[in-house]
Design a protein around this ligand. Structure first.
Ligand SMILES: [Zn+2]
Length: 489
């Protein structure tokens, strides 16, 4: 959870879809039905960008940013649509992913930047994403498919109504889960080969990166890029892209660069994995060091920390809690916003103090409407919400406990003890918790990857992960004087 901004939804996506017309595809040259004009595409990118920034944050690294700008603009120039207002960003997410929004917006996560092992791999993925834009893949899709399935973690879905509460925050993140058809993916892979080759990179490296993606998706417990499920099998793509790259180079003989050392030096110091400064769970507490608060996590509950919110749920799925920034400058404004946004009917409302912080406590029910739009009397299945709004450190936070009216009483004590456990953090060992970073080292001898990692005090439990990050096997040879990745504070 970054909590720099409150979340917003994406109005742009809702409006798309009605403007279908026939136009010539810039890449294939074929006439086809598209659902968006170029102006609409550009507007869509511009409108969704603030939501992406709000939910994920921009990863602040000037060197890396100027590198992706330079390569992005070079590729835009040789692309099928050089005139779009392209923009390139690194978002602050540990997930390995890249995505593009119509109109020229291209995003890489810091997670994928940490996993590339040379400039050519990056260029291949850049080409693939620019390909989705130039071939108008989003514009060719129905609106309903754009969001795809953005479900909450298993066990957190009580009912469509409760789900709607979570989805509001998840909607902006839905862009991360943009899914294209397999045909579009295959087309973009081919475009990626062409574009990256045209700006001088060896597209065979792009094929190798699919090998890395395959290993990441096979490794359990890792944040798996969601696009894996809809993308063609990385193994197949590796073969196809390898073949296309070879064909391209035979047809266009020349020098194709890999630039491994130059790339590795650029990512030295990049944050790897979750950043504890944005919140972590330890000993049944959620801690947020940069915002200096904590609250308890009931034991046995499942939880999920995302940039916009922290949510947790009982294993039986009968109750959940949602923690997020509230809207509004005062507690009253925040309370009104909650009632309005979630369509609630307030049953109880009182002022309180929680560990010295001014608060408002509300109990409300989701107002239900019958088929003719009239209010319907609450039943045992009506969603009941306990809300604690707490003013702390210049922000107002909302803690919601959600259950059906029939189950609410049984869970009210649990909700209350979480909310009343909200307090400041002063423990320096929590406040100063630092993320792991990619640290580039030079091999001091000819040895296996395993040996040079051990030479650099890398823990045994991390070796398999480090092999994937390095795009190598632990038994691969590393020559004396060559660079490789380690993890360190
Ligand atoms: Zn794709």
């Amino acid at each position: 959870m970054k909590m720099k901004y409150s979340f917003r939804i994406l109005p742009a996506f809702v409006a798309v879809g009605m403007l279908a017309g026939c136009s010539k595809n810039p890449v294939t040259g074929k006439k086809e039905i598209v659902f968006m004009s170029q102006e609409k595409e550009i507007a869509l990118g511009a409108e969704s960008h603030p939501s992406i920034v709000a939910t994920m944050g921009i990863y602040d690294d000037k060197n890396l940013q100027s590198f992706i700008n330079e390569k992005g603009m070079a590729m835009a120039k040789i692309s099928h649509r050089p005139d779009l207002p392209y923009k390139f960003f690194i978002v602050d997410s540990p997930v390995v992913n890249a995505f593009a929004v119509p109109g020229g917006y291209v995003y890489f996560t810091r997670g994928i930047m940490a996993h590339f092992n040379n400039e050519a791999e990056f260029a291949g993925v850049l080409g693939h994403e620019i390909g989705h834009i130039t071939a108008r893949h989003s514009a060719r899709q129905q609106t309903s498919q754009i969001f795809g399935q953005v479900g909450l973690a298993a066990g957190m879905i009580l009912s469509p109504q409760v789900r709607a509460m979570g989805e509001q925050a998840q909607q902006a993140l839905g862009l991360l889960f943009l899914s294209y058809s397999r045909d579009h993916e295959t087309e973009s892979d081919k475009i990626g080969v062409d574009y990256s080759s045209k700006i001088g990179y060896d597209a065979k490296e792009m094929a190798d990166f699919f090998g890395t993606l395959k290993r990441i998706s096979e490794k359990a417990g890792q944040s798996i890029p969601t696009f894996q499920s809809t993308h063609p099998d990385p193994g197949d793509r590796m073969q196809k892209v390898g073949k296309l790259a070879t064909e391209y180079q035979i047809a266009h003989p020349g020098k194709y660069n890999v630039n491994r050392d130059a790339y590795l030096r650029k990512i030295d110091g990049v944050i790897y994995g979750n950043d504890p400064q944005q919140g972590f769970v330890e000993n049944n507490n959620f801690y947020h060091p940069s915002l200096k608060f904590q609250f308890p996590v009931p034991s046995g509950w499942q939880y999920e920390n995302s940039p916009a919110q922290f949510q947790m749920a009982a294993k039986d799925g009968k109750s959940m809690m949602l923690f997020t920034l509230a809207q509004g400058k005062t507690l009253d404004e925040a309370a009104q916003a909650v009632v309005k946004n979630y369509g609630l009917k307030v049953i109880e409302n009182e002022k309180a103090t929680i560990n010295g912080n001014p608060a408002v406590v509300m109990v409300s029910q989701q107002a239900e409407q019958g088929q003719n739009g009239q209010a319907v009397a609450a039943t045992a299945n009506t969603i009941q919400v306990g809300t604690w709004l707490i003013q702390y450190g210049g922000n107002i936070y909302a803690i919601h406990g959600v259950a059906t009216a029939g189950n609410y009483a049984a869970n009210a004590g649990q909700f209350r003890s979480v909310a009343q456990g909200f307090k400041s953090v002063s423990d320096q060992s929590i406040l100063n918790r630092q993320p792991e970073r990619i640290r580039i080292k030079t091999a001091q001898r000819d040895a296996t990857l395993r040996e040079v990692l051990k030479d650099n005090n890398q823990p045994d439990g991390k070796l398999d992960e480090l092999a994937i990050i390095n795009g190598m096997a632990l038994t691969d040879r590393v020559a004396k004087g060559s660079l490789f990745k380690t993890l360190g504070k």
